[in-house]
Each structure stands twice: as structure tokens, then as C-alpha cells.
Design a protein around this ligand. Sequence first.
Ligand SMILES: Cc1ncc(COP(=O)(O)O)c(C=O)c1O
Length: 406
Amino acid sequence: MLSVDSHLWLPFTQMQSFDAGRRTFVRGAGTTLTDARGHRVFDATSSIWTIVHGHAHPRIVEAISRQAAELDHATTLGATNPAAEALADRLCGISGMDYAFFGGDGASAIEAALKMSLQYWQNVGQPQRKRFVRLTDAYHGDTTGAMSLSDIPVFKQRFADVLFESVPYDRFRERLGDDVAGIVVEPLVQAAAGMRLVPLEVYAGLRERDALLIVDEIATGFGRTGTMFAYQQLGLEPDLLCVGKGLSGGVLALSATLARRPVYEAFLGEPGESLHFFHGHSFAGNPIACAAGSASLDCFEEERTLDRVAGLARHTAIGLERFRSHPLVREVRAAGLMIGIELRSEAIPARGFASAAWRVAEGLYESGHFTRPIGDVVQLVPPLSSRPDEIDAFFEALTRELERCA
Ligand SMILES: Cc1ncc(COP(=O)(O)O)c(C=O)c1O
């Protein structure tokens, strides 16, 4: 357990006030995390949009342990392995893409997509295409390239001096110049912007374009919005598709940049031509993570997960109704099982917490629901394996908490 003299430094966490006594997780099973006090909480954000079929799903646990005993790791720099091959095949099968380039966290899939786009245009003789276009309120991760594509000040303003400029895609009916390498979009919902729903007309403008279309499914992929990938609801044809988080079932760091054949083919040539992709990470295509990914896709088939999500999303939409007219709620946003409930923070005293939403989240934790606010937004992005009564219990706890905090 983390103590005052712990050596652990946590992401996006003020360590001075962090209380390890209340947030040290020692066990995960199904939709529940257990902390060191023995307090059990519903993992209402799926551990920030990662866990898909619940914690410690037996099929995924078994695949990981079998693969670890057989081939734990082997570099994929100029080598391959059956687990990575198998997952690449299956990913291309379900996404309609043609090739999978593996990375680790989501941001590494975005970095690969950026560099792949730049080198693609060099390889096909249009090296002037260097600029990237992004949506309003975009978020694509915390590495330097990914931050450059993001639009939310809190995530990038401290580092603005070393970022490159990206172009907002607000005026989506305007023609883009021939210096644009790629247009990067989150499909349907922008999770880090507080589950912001993107106006659909934004995507309509993307069908006619010269630049590469890069779709970031890192948060939305693997069933969260009702379809395997959110872009499938929008009629988009990505040139590059970034996946992460839920790719391994959400249990190991694994991401991928999926490419269409014409992009891949631009990197083919004789050894001396140096056309191959100049990018790679040590753990790309790690067999254990890939085995977990294939086991997760097995679960989707065997447990008919997408059918289940459709039912659960309908149930959730009904439960959400009560918040739409709630005096302490500004707005309710939902896309499948990605839900944001924006509070009227001015009407709720923060009482020593960072914000009203943090105060509400703290109360929820004590009543057995672990969520993390985004600004004034209370989020619910449950594991796809959640039961309807777990969603109901979350809504009841939130209703009680709003009454208590008012
Ligand atoms: C849409 C989107 N893209 C990229 C990322 C970055 O993923 P990671 O945190 O795994 O680097 C996130 C993370 O929340 C995300 O929501």
C-alpha cells in the first residue's frame, strides 16, 4: 500500500493530498474493484474506458497465462509471432481495415498515425503535406504529437511552447489546402471533453477530402457506443484507425494503428530505398497482450456482447431520464454506454474539494461507486458486462449524493 514515504508518483494526481488509504486497489473481479480497506466499488469508468468484459475474465486470464508460458515476448522489429499475426487478422476482419501496426498505450497509436501520414506523403511524392487538422475540443493523448492534436487547454497549455500547430476543423465546409497530411477525428463522442457529442454534420464534410482521414477509436472502440467501432455509425472510411484501451479487453497496454492497403503499399520498396516505416516500440506486438486481445474478441462472439450492450444502453437511457430535469444537472449526454452528467457546479458547494463534481464523486465512492469527474461532468462508462441493477444502483447513489451535496 502507498504510504507517506512511498516512491510511487501517480498520473494527473496531486500527490500532496492523495490519500492512499482510500484508493489502493488490491483486487478486481467482474465490475468490482476492492480497496485495501476491503471496500468494494463498482468500476463506473471501466478504469478510464479500458476494461471491457469485466476484471479477471476467466477466458482472458487463461489466454494470458497460456501465452506467458509459451512465448512471453519477442521483438517484432523484423520478426513476427503467431499471437500478433492472429490478432492483426481478426482486427482487420472486424474493422474493414487491411493492416495492423501495434503499439502500447493509445497515445503511441496516435504518434504512429501522425508519423505514418507524414512518411506516406513523402513516399508518394507530396512532402509538402505536413499539417494536421483536428476537431474542436479534441483530445488524443499526452505525448507531444498527440498533445499537438488536442484542443483542451488543461491538457496542453503548460507545454504549448514545444507543440506543433494543428488546424481546427470548425469550418468543415471549407476546402482544405494541399499542405494537409491528415484530418484526425474522434467519432461520435469526445470522451475527455466530458462525453461531448460531436454534431453529425461535422463528419459529413469529411467524405470529400484529399488528406488522410485518421479516426481515433481509442476511447470509443470495442462496443462502448453500441457498435464495435463508433465510426461504423457515421459512414466514414478511415485511412488510418487508432485503437487502444479496450483492445486487450482493457487489461494490458496494447494499441494499434490500422491502415488501409494503399497507405501500406506506399511503404513497399527495395531494401536500399528506405521506404519502410521509420517507427517502432520495444513491446509492439507483445504476444501476451495480443493473446489477451484475441481472447477479448472471442468473448465478444461467445457472449454476444454487442447485443448485450444494446439492451443495457436502452436500460441506461431510461434511468438517465430523471437527471435531464434535475435542478442540479446542466446537461445529460449519452452515446451507448458512454455517459456524461454535467452538474450545475455553481449550485453545489465544493466544501474543500477541487470542485463540486469531485465532492459528489467522493460521496459516490463511499457508497460503492468509483468514478472520476471530468470538469463538472460525472461520468458513467461501465464495463460492457455490467448488469442493469448495477446501473440502477449508480443512478440511485448519484440521486442521493446530489440531494446530500445541495
Ligand atoms: C480519444 C482518445 N485518444 C487517445 C487517448 C490516449 O490514450 P492513452 O491514455 O492510452 O495514451 C485517449 C485517452 O483517454 C482518448 O480518450
